[in-house]
Design a protein around this ligand. Structure first.
Ligand SMILES: [Zn+2]
Length: 272
């Protein structure tokens, strides 16, 4: 389903670009250069439905097929809410370069968001449900589901990423306060991301093909190692040339950080 130009939001968002605003994460990352910028949402797509029938929605700013495409996924775990705010702020208030396609998906787990749970409505951890190195786990907060890509939320996002094939994907989480590092992906982008977000790079290949043995106990929430192999970023990095990065905000990021993070993400992704 496709809805061209969400007029009401467009008008509101355009007016809001006039507001003066400098966020914490953007204090040294304010947009610069001669690129024309636009704050219009050009397209709204429903990517699919959750278990409980809620819509999973993607918003596009910028042209449909620019040379570079960035996807910001605000949330996969329903109890990690800061990234949703970042995504909505990016969607509504941050002008983006007119030569870049930016897709914003505030949440791929609307049921978890509504319920305040990490998992989806069937108790599945969507970041353990991807079709790469999937294996069955016991029920619990990292339950991987009955089979790979068993959940409608996983399949909706998977179809979307396959179709759009972004150059950069940022998957926002909490609370570890770090940027996941993939050794076989461009390092400059990852370093910039960490620098602009003021978060440390965690030097592990989360769920990737060269992931080291998991140093953490089975079923833990800390990203890293084979225990967490079927993640979205691991799957995307293994199958596509683009770079998908897990960004863990801290447990209690400031409002200014959460708002400024979208600008920092874009700046890292688009720096030449
Ligand atoms: Zn998470």
């Amino acid at each position: 389903m496709r809805v061209r130009v969400w007029a009401r939001l467009t008008v509101a968002a355009s007016a809001l670009t006039l507001l003066p605003w400098v966020g914490e994460a953007s204090a040294d990352t304010a947009p610069s250069g001669d690129h024309e910028r636009t704050n219009r949402v050009e397209e709204v797509q429903v990517l699919g439905r959750s278990v409980d029938g809620r819509r999973i929605v993607a918003y596009r700013k910028g042209p449909e097929d620019a040379k570079r495409t960035v996807v910001v996924l605000g949330q996969m775990h329903g109890d990690e809410r800061a990234g949703v705010t970042t995504a909505r702020w990016l969607r509504d208030r941050v002008p983006v370069r007119a030569d870049v396609t930016v897709w914003v998906v505030p949440t791929m787990n609307p049921d978890g968001l509504a319920r305040g749970t990490r998992t989806n409505a069937r108790g599945v951890d969507l970041n353990r449900n991807w079709p790469m190195n999937w294996r069955r786990t016991g029920r619990g907060i990292t339950y991987s589901g009955p089979r790979a890509a068993s959940e409608p939320e996983t399949r909706a996002m998977l179809r979307f990423l396959r179709r759009v094939q972004p150059d950069f994907v940022a998957s926002l989480h909490q609370p570890y306060g770090e940027v996941g590092f993939y050794a076989d992906k461009p390092r400059l982008f990852q370093r910039r991301l960490a620098r602009y977000l003021h978060l440390p790079l965690r030097g592990i290949d989360i769920g990737g093909p060269t992931a080291p043995p998991d140093p953490n106990p089975p079923g833990d929430l800390q990203p890293g190692g084979a225990d967490n192999a079927p993640t979205m970023t691991g799957w995307y990095n293994a199958h596509f040339p683009g770079t998908a990065i897990t960004v863990e905000f801290r447990e209690h990021p400031t409002r200014r950080f959460v708002r400024g993070a979208g600008t920092a993400l874009l700046r890292a992704a688009l720096a030449d």
